[in-house]
Design a protein around this ligand. Structure first.
Ligand code: S3P
Length: 437
């Protein structure tokens, strides 16, 4: 697919439901006896794969309309043994959370995924799950496929996460649901807290305490979960792409209704303000236990900034698109403390560095940092074909870059975008983006 210099982007961009919240809604619905109703569910491949896994464990998961789903769950400890291998496609969140959810039930399941997912580290999940008594066997280096046998007599666990990861935290909390007593996760940096919020919504007891070791999240095991009605807010990480495109293409002015702005996810929007971006948050409100707002975004020049490392967790998925914005800013943008980007759907530091260089942008990369030397508004040369590396966010980032570059930017594979944002191309074209192929 090819992106070319476009005229002003205008109109309304209704981005799909939040991916993180959609996975959690299906999983918690499946762990709850009775009917949970979900509206605004993201119908991207990642989430559909989680839905399929929930069915394989015995829950009824039914689509009743666009984005509207019904889950009839089996209850905590009620998962049946799946008959076949569970394929989680491209989704690290899907496979890690589902492993957590089954780790304290005495059944065996085998998990796999696509080439990207099979290369990602799973030891970060299987190690804490072993503390509950679960046993995992996988490939060398803790890679998928992995066969996991859940604990027959689970013990509650206290676990300090060695990496800032909401997936690890969530897997431990979901496993803790079927352990008696209190399961405690301690994280040094606050990562997205959708699991904690949703667990409370379903009726579990979850409290947080500040301790000398970090933020402790304490779950009381074996709660009575009650079925819920969940309205999924729109995904701030998906919104970041049309937002960035509008900031880059001269004359643009777009609105995005109902975008989730949970503070553990909203780091990009602080960064954009510091860069001088014209992003207004209007009509701030709460929907389904999550803060959200309407965004109005207008084109304007951006300046390079230093992004503080302590902000990384709250915008971890937004660094690829930030690097694109930085390439079009005046001056240099430095991003430190982003080592985790090396183990996402692709090595995102390297993918961005290589792709930007091919488009004529000077970058520097290190183990945990990326520095982009901005070329000013409209200053990126483009004219390259960039590898998406089975990574939806790399694909969308370079298409946004092409909309404001001097020569078109091509990506070798746009199919990967459907994992998180199936309507991306159509939505961008409706705003006026020139995407072909
Ligand atoms: C997610 C957590 C993050 C993020 C991913 C979604 C989640 O991963 O990158 O896209 O829903 O919990 P890590 O937990 O590996 O940081």
């Amino acid at each position: 697919m090819r992106a070319e210099a476009s005229g002003p982007l205008t109109g309304r961009a209704e981005v799909p439901g939040d991916k993180s919240i959609s996975h959690r809604a299906l999983i918690l619905g499946a762990l709850t006896v009775g009917e949970t109703r979900i509206s605004g569910l993201l119908e991207g491949q990642d989430v559909l794969d989680t839905g399929r896994a929930m069915r394989a464990f015995g829950a009824s998961v039914e689509r009743v309309g666009t984005g509207t789903w019904r889950v009839d769950g089996v209850g905590i400890g009620g998962f049946q043994e799946p008959e076949d291998v569970l394929d989680h496609g491209n989704s690290g969140t899907g496979v890690r959370l589902v492993m957590g959810a089954m780790a304290t039930t005495d059944i065996t399941a085998t998990f796999t995924g696509d080439a990207s997912l099979r290369s990602r580290p799973m030891g970060r999940i299987t190690e804490p799950l072993a503390l509950f008594g679960a046993e995992a066997r996988g490939r060398r280096g803790g890679r998928l496929p992995i066969t996991l046998t859940g604990a027959a007599n689970p013990m509650p666990v206290q676990y300090a996460t060695p990496v800032p990861s909401a997936q690890v935290k969530s897997a431990v909390l979901l496993a803790g649901l079927n352990a008696p007593g209190e399961t405690v996760v301690i994280e040094q940096e606050a990562t997205r807290d959708h699991t904690e919020r949703m667990l409370r919504g379903f009726g579990a007891r979850v409290r947080t305490e500040q301790t000398p070791e970090g933020r402790a999240i304490i779950l009381t095991g074996q709660p009575e979960l009650r079925p819920q009605t969940i309205a999924v807010p729109r995904d701030p990480s998906s919104a970041a792409f049309p937002v960035a495109a509008a900031l880059l293409v001269e004359g643009s002015d777009i609105t995005l209704p109902g975008v989730g702005l949970n503070p553990t996810r909203a780091g990009l929007y602080i960064t954009l303000q510091e860069m001088g971006a014209g992003v207004a948050l209007e009509n701030r409100r709460e929907e389904g236990g999550e803060p959200c707002a309407d965004l109005r975004v207008r084109f304007g020049p951006l300046k390079g900034i230093e992004v503080p490392p302590e902000r990384a967790a709250s915008m971890i998925d937004e660094y690829p698109i930030l690097a694109v914005l930085a390439a079009n800013a005046e001056g240099m943008t430095t991003m430190h403390g982003i080592r985790e980007l090396r183990v996402k759907e692709s090595d995102r530091i390297d993918a961005m560095a290589q792709g930007l260089e091919a488009c004529g942008v000077k970058v520097e990369q290190g183990d945990d940092y990326l520095i982009v030397h901005g070329r000013g508004p409209g200053g990126v040369t483009g004219g390259a074909t960039v590898a998406s590396r089975l990574d939806h966010r790399i694909a969308m980032s370079f298409l946004c870059l092409g909309l404001a570059a001097r020569q078109p930017v091509t990506i070798d594979d746009a199919a990967t975008i459907a994992t998180s944002f199936p309507s991306f191309v159509e939505l961008m074209r409706c705003l006026g983006a020139r995407l072909t192929g």
